[in-house]
Design a protein around this ligand. Structure first.
Ligand SMILES: [Zn+2]
Length: 250
């Protein structure tokens, strides 16, 4: 929590202390904790600023990311990814708060305030877009892994760059068309490359490929997409035989 030094902003110190308290209370109370929990701020401009930054963005966007991860990932992986997104979000909000604190340290015109809000909303939009893309990629990778019964043992996926993008980073180009084991793809995958990465992973079932167990040269590690234990459904040994099924029907 950034500390507010009274000597730096003697006239607005109380307002900032309140805004800061509201920001961090909301962050600690959970993302999207709602409109009702935020007390009114003394300055209508700050009040407006606060609402456009926290209420709209959190409630609308990050809750959707949470819902997607929650619906499509098992609890363990949900906790891993949501924990990561939440801490990035807290960091994002802390930076946003710091920018606001500096910009509004001295009184500003309403027009200037609008510009500041617009800027923060723009950054917020990019922040949530990136979170949504990560969620989409992570859930897609999970689906791909559980669909492949060989899964983590000897499975893998083929990396393809997007034909819809004109430019690609050097590491995505190096990975293009190659098949990697999930041991590698846990740390090097399109969910953690760069914003706007249109790369996708494709299953290797029924495709004869040589799986590589090393990342492409020069590729920086990303975050771990987590250990996956395929659900029971995909353990073929658990499927009853035809005679067992018939016996059960008698
Ligand atoms: Zn890429």
């Amino acid at each position: 929590m950034p500390s507010l030094s009274e000597s730096e902003q003697p006239t607005t110190g109380a307002q900032w202390a309140l805004l800061g308290a509201v920001t961090y209370a909301a962050l600690q109370g959970g993302i999207g904790s709602g409109e009702g929990s935020a007390p009114s701020l003394p300055d209508p401009n700050l009040e407006r600023l606060w609402r456009s930054l926290l209420v709209e963005f959190n409630a609308l966007h990050l809750d959707r990311v949470r819902a997607r991860l929650g619906e499509q990932l098992p609890d363990e992986l949900f906790e891993l990814h949501w924990g990561r997104e939440s801490s990035w979000h807290a960091e994002f909000m802390a930076r946003s708060y710091e920018r606001l604190r500096q910009d509004l340290d001295t009184p500003v015109t309403p027009q200037r305030l609008e510009q500041i809000v617009a800027r923060e909303r723009y950054w917020g939009g990019l922040h949530f877009l990136a979170a949504a893309r990560r969620a989409r990629a992570i859930t897609a990778h999970y689906q791909l892994r559980i669909t492949d019964p060989r899964s983590d043992v000897e499975g893998g996926a083929i990396w393809r760059i997007s034909p819809l993008k004109r430019t690609h980073t050097a590491d995505c180009l190096a990975a293009n068309g190659r098949a990697f084991t999930w041991r590698i793809l846990r740390f090097y995958n399109p969910a953690n490359r760069h914003p706007e990465c249109g790369c996708t992973l494709h299953g290797t079932l029924g495709v004869r490929v040589r799986l590589e167990d090393r990342p492409p040269e020069g590729m920086a590690p990303g975050f771990d997409i987590g250990e996956i234990t395929p659900p029971t459904l995909f353990h073929f040994t658990d499927v009853p035989s035809a005679s067992e099924l018939l016996a059960g029907m008698r």
